[in-house]
Ligand binder design. Structure first.
Ligand code: ZN
Length: 419
């Protein structure tokens, strides 16, 4: 919901204030996610998946996963592209990556945490498939359990039937709400910044070329440093959208920022490029049309996050009062661009930037209509020099400090402009 400050910045259209309030309620209604109030109660000890194997061909494929305790599981299907979703209780995956290398019917297999005590196995198939048999068997010694999944090739009509029959919305339960943001609520005049560590849980993001570090860990380490640095600024409250290795869908990230009344949203990333020599930071803002190929490709990959996790794409909510939303969006967009430019100028001469460091593309995580948002590519895990820096706490401290300076300057101009 637009904060008081954001609404104040719209005072040039005071005659529309009432309508804006209506929109604010409409936005709030749109963003209610099932089980949003769910909290992570006493967290049980996760299951351990300690072994796995896959065998089969283009007609039939068997997957076996070994657990230390008996796993409860449920199976669902998602189309476009075809995926089998296996939901599990929270599980630590101690699997060798090669043990579930995709083969047979499947061209990608991912597993990891989904938040709120659940984990997931996502099997992406080359075409329509069905799980013809699924069971858990105790090993003879009674000390471990095998989950056996047999998948078979089927035709599209049968797959459509499977999709139609299942009572499953695929909604990922919202992350717990008792996060460090509580302080922001205590001080209503605070300038609130949402720091979003890209990827998480089942979505590992990019992988470092040299150290094989996963992007989700790099982004969280940086985001934690940034929040700590921003909190030292007078009048600033900062919070993390995720504070652990868990999956959040792209709309959930936006929703958390808006629910906490964020005045700014900064999503942190460190992706890879085919061109390994390219290095340096980039600051992205949202736009329908990408500024260039690199930006377009990157946005496309980032937007895959929900698909990787097996989250069905939600249908877009019906637009309410288009003109007013457009107006809010356009104004938010101007603030986002202003922030991006301020960040670039704060970085200039201090850290390595790529050519044309302010770029734009259709990142779904930047689509809050009322929260100025940027996506920060800190550097590329495909470049060994960038990778080294990204893993260096001192470098993270320095960049966080430069961002704090940028936010300070942004606030000065925003206040001057009535923002
Ligand atoms: Zn990323």
């Amino acid at each position: 919901m637009p904060s008081a400050k954001r609404l104040r910045s719209l005072r040039s259209v005071t005659s529309w204030c009432r309508s804006l309030r209506v929109i604010a309620f409409a936005f709030a209604a749109m963003t209610v996610v099932q089980d949003a109030a769910d909290v992570r109660a006493a967290e049980p000890i996760p299951l351990l998946a300690f072994g796995a194997r896959i065998a089969g061909d283009d007609a039939r494929t068997r997957i076996v996963v070994e657990f230390d305790r008996k796993p409860e599981f449920s199976i669902h299907y998602v189309g476009n592209p075809v995926r089998i979703i296996v939901d599990l209780p929270q599980t630590s995956f101690g699997l060798k990556p090669e043990s579930l290398e995709p083969r047979g019917l499947f061209d990608a297999i991912r597993y990891g945490g989904m938040g709120v005590g659940t984990s997931r196995l996502v099997l992406s198939a080359k075409g329509p498939v069905e799980v013809s048999h699924a069971e858990v068997k105790a090993e003879e010694d009674g000390k471990s359990f095998r989950l056996i999944l047999d998948a078979e090739k089927i035709d599209q009509a049968r797959f459509d039937e499977l999709l139609g029959d299942q009572q499953w919305t695929g909604t990922v339960r919202a992350a717990k709400t008792d996060r460090p943001v509580a302080a922001a609520v205590k001080n209503p005049s605070a300038f609130v910044i949402a720091v979003d560590a890209g990827h998480g849980g089942i979505d590992t993001g990019a992988i470092g070329t040299v150290t094989k570090t996963e992007e989700k860990h790099v982004t969280l380490a940086f985001a934690e440093e940034l929040v700590a640095t921003l909190k030292r600024e007078a009048g600033v409250e900062a919070f993390l959208t995720r504070d652990r290795d868990e999956f959040l869908s792209l709309p959930q990230r936006v929703q958390i920022a808006r629910q906490k009344g964020a005045n700014l949203f900064i999503s942190v990333h460190a992706d890879t490029l085919k061109q390994k020599d390219i290095r340096g930071a980039t600051v992205y803002t949202i736009s329908d049309k990408a500024s260039d190929h690199l930006a377009a490709n990157l946005a496309e990959r980032e937007n895959l996050s929900d698909e990787i996790a097996g989250v069905p794409l939600e249908s877009e909510p019906a637009e309410v009062a288009d003109i007013l939303i457009d107006l809010t969006r356009r104004e938010t967009q101007a603030f986002s661009v202003n922030l991006a430019r301020t960040v670039v100028s704060s970085f200039e001469g201090q850290i390595k930037l790529i050519n044309n460091p302010h770029r734009h593309a259709g990142f779904r995580v930047l689509q809050a209509p009322d929260v100025p948002s940027i996506l920060l590519e800190l550097g590329f895990l495909s470049n060994k020099d960038d990778e080294k820096q990204l893993l260096d706490p001192e470098w993270r401290k320095k960049v966080s400090g430069l961002l704090a300076v940028a936010v300070r300057r942004y606030r000065e101009t925003a206040v001057a402009n009535g923002g």
